[in-house]
Design a protein around this ligand. Structure first.
Ligand SMILES: [Zn+2]
Length: 275
């Protein structure tokens, strides 16, 4: 499952070919959306925003294409007149004179006006997006203190899209490790310094993963691991997927547990159980 950084990079790819160019053809496979095909011709995309796993393609006429890829949906970008080599079924096509942005297989697609966007039930339940450039560590620290979140374990909270949208399974393990917190820790057990450290690392790791296309290890460690001959897939994470291997910080074996039905990796020495 893609997480915030992967979704944001997909949105960037769409922005690069769609923003500032008017659409000359629009296709929707869904009967209920056919009425928007003509309405969107001549419009251009002003930006492609992300909210967790939802993409919001904003048109300059005030309409927004909402798409959630669930498990199978996938956007492709191709030169005008080409089609990707896929057996999937086309659901949305946005074409300008140079490129086509094509959404395949997704079933969760809507066209919304401003009011529909504001009232959308899925979006209304989401917390702020971890890759929103306006989101600050102070905002995250405040959410950690909020009544709805402060009594829950960090292991559960860091998958909850209502806490922060875009967090996901690998980010959860990686953030808690670098913050030195056991997944059973509850925000209300943290002093202000620990809460701020967690908030800062949450932003820092998500932004790093976005920049590096999914590498959360710090650059110096990545350089060392490359020198040892490790390939990209083996050097991405500090703990995620590294059960029984030595922690890079303290050499203790990394442990694997299940929290909220998903696998979580941590170091029992760097991340001691709360007392
Ligand atoms: Zn350790």
């Amino acid at each position: 499952m893609p997480e915030g950084p992967e979704i944001r990079r997909a949105a960037d790819r769409l922005e690069r070919v769609l923003v500032g160019r008017s659409l000359d053809r629009v296709f929707f496979a869904f009967e209920g959306l056919k009425c928007y095909e003509d309405e969107l011709v001549g419009c251009s995309v002003s930006r492609v925003a992300t909210r967790g796993k939802a993409l919001l393609t904003r048109f300059d006429n005030g309409l927004t294409l909402y798409s959630h890829n669930q498990l199978y949906g996938r956007w492709y970008v191709v030169r005008a007149g080409r089609l990707p080599n896929t057996g999937r079924s086309l659901r949305v096509g946005l074409h300008n004179e140079r490129h086509s942005a094509l959404l395949y297989s997704a079933s969760d697609v809507e066209v919304l006006d401003e009011q529909g966007l504001a009232e959308h039930p899925f979006l209304a339940r989401l917390g702020p997006d971890i890759l929103d450039p306006d989101l600050t560590a102070e905002d995250i620290a405040r959410r950690l203190e909020a009544r709805a979140f402060r009594g829950r374990s960090l292991g559960a909270l860091y998958l909850d899209q209502g806490f922060l949208a875009g967090n996901g399974n690998y980010l959860r393990s990686e953030v808690l490790h670098v913050a030195g917190l056991h997944p059973a820790t509850r925000p209300r057990e943290l002093d202000e310094a620990a809460r701020m450290k967690l908030a800062r690392e949450t932003l820092r790791i998500a932004r790093r993963s976005y920049r590096t296309a999914g590498i959360t290890n710090p650059p110096a460690r990545v350089t060392e691991l490359k020198a040892l001959g490790l390939q990209r897939a083996a050097l991405r994470f500090a703990v995620f997927g590294r059960a029984t291997k030595p922690c890079y910080v303290c050499n203790s074996p990394v442990e694997r547990i299940d929290v909220a039905s998903r696998r979580l990796y941590f170091c029992g020495t760097c991340q001691p159980r709360p007392r």
